[in-house]
Design a protein. Sequence first.
Length: 127
Amino acid sequence: MSKMIIHTDAAPQAIGSYSQAVRVGSQVYLSGQIGLDPGTMELRSTIDEQIVQVLENLRAVCQAASGSLADIVKLNVYLTDLIHFSKVNEQMSLYFPQPFPARAAIGVASLPRGALVEMDAIMCLPS
């Protein structure tokens, strides 16, 4: 099965040797997104702004792969402080339709560029 690299200028450029997403068949594997503004490549300052930017970045990559956030089946959330998990839940309820994707929330010591939150995902598209 061949793989297709997904890229969009509506999400931050990869910081390193990886792709924004890779499609294999009907599955799309989205790389981790942090709260970088794709236009300036600057990190949003607050946790609330970062969560929203991460979700906007994921949405842009989903759209570039001809999908949407509704097609995400698995979401991983990485937080430097799990006290912010309720804020993630709040924003997820605004961005994701029900039924919500499966999800893991992981507390981490640090994230790239000093980010407070990162999310990656797996999306399944109709065949």
